[in-house]
Design a protein around this ligand. Structure first.
Ligand code: FES
Ligand SMILES: [Fe+2]
Length: 318
């Protein structure tokens, strides 16, 4: 079960070029491709004839062609050609693919998961990301961790940094920052906004203070402001299926020169993929039970934002 009547990010735009691409999200096996005008199409991945993966096929004349017997399907899902029956054969309307509503915006592909509507709600986004259009770099990960656990570690947890990310905390001088105080959380519409300070214990000789601000656009978009040179981390997590989660993140570095900004953003992405996320992955795969939830853990005040997330999630999913 996944939250319905939501826009979910399912892929990045640049991953879909001339060839069809197989993607599994929200438990569905999908194929993504572009029609003659470059518009993104998202359909059920398996051919309506005998089930071959259309991601192994190709796009011909604005239709997707199955690699097995060459049946073609239009962007609307209807079958337009059955080669073995000839060009003029009558094609049953039953031979069709399931079409999904998708939008391409902010260099991402968003899938509407829910009821068909005449007016879809706007795509959720953090407006301040628009201020730095060419000053970001990105990374992705696919984890064998359920969405409810992945979301805690990837999107909301703040007091794990000094423990899980020793190397990076040590390099950045925050290895002693284990006290989360003050820590404020406020919920406004669909956004869980939290801010505060992560600092050394009063008894510790080494004093370090790490001020942060964090926004979580429910259920799965997060923005961290580290309070350092305006650098921001934007993270998205989407379920692949019940047991696996796909994550996408961007570092935004708002320096004057876009090339320098992108270079520094790339460096942060490298650090994230090589020094930060492997540590999170190790901890999250070790966590039991595999799914998380309100009644599963013993939460403390520093988990306030996580508790609010689970409350919202559990009230909407049931
Ligand atoms: S399985 Fe696709 S054309 Fe036969
Ligand atoms: Fe982490």
């Amino acid at each position: 079960m996944f939250l319905r009547n939501k826009w979910w990010v399912i892929a990045e735009s640049k991953a879909i070029g001339k060839k069809p691409v197989a993607v599994k999200r929200l438990g569905e096996e999908l194929v993504l491709w572009r029609d003659n005008k470059g518009k993104i199409v998202c359909q059920s991945q398996h051919c309506a004839h005998r089930g071959a993966s259309l991601a192994l096929g190709k796009v011909v004349d604005g239709c997707i062609e199955c690699p097995y017997h060459g049946f073609r399907f239009a962007a609307e899902g209807n079958c337009t050609l059955i080669p073995c029956e000839g060009k003029d054969a009558r094609i049953s309307n039953k031979i069709r693919l399931v079409n999904y509503v998708v939008r391409e915006i902010h260099d991402l592909i968003w899938l509407w998961w829910g009821e068909e509507k005449s007016n879809y709600p706007p795509i959720p986004w953090f407006d301040e990301l628009e201020d730095n259009p060419r000053r970001w770099a990105r990374g992705t990960m696919s984890w064998d961790i359920p969405f409810t656990r992945a979301i805690e570690g990837l999107l909301i947890d703040l007091h794990h940094v000094a423990f899980v990310h020793h190397k990076v905390a040590w390099l950045s001088g925050f290895s002693s920052a284990t006290l989360l105080k003050p820590f404020e959380v406020e919920v406004k519409d669909e956004i869980i906004h939290s801010w505060g300070e992560l600092k050394s214990q009063p008894t510790n000789k080494k004093k370090s203070i790490f001020k942060f601000e964090h926004w979580l656009y429910f259920p799965n978009l997060a923005l961290f402001n580290f309070g350092f040179a305006g650098i921001k981390l934007f993270v998205i997590a989407t379920p692949i299926d019940q047991d696996n989660t796909w994550a996408y993140f961007r570092y935004y570095t708002p320096f004057g020169n876009p090339w320098i900004s992108r270079l520094i953003s790339r460096l942060f992405v490298w650090i994230e993929l090589n020094l930060v996320q492997p540590d999170d992955y190790k901890i999250l795969t070790s966590s039991k039970p595999k799914e998380s939830g309100l009644r599963i853990n013993n939460f403390v005040s520093a988990d306030k934002a996580i508790v609010l997330w689970h409350k919202m999630y559990e009230s909407k999913i049931s």
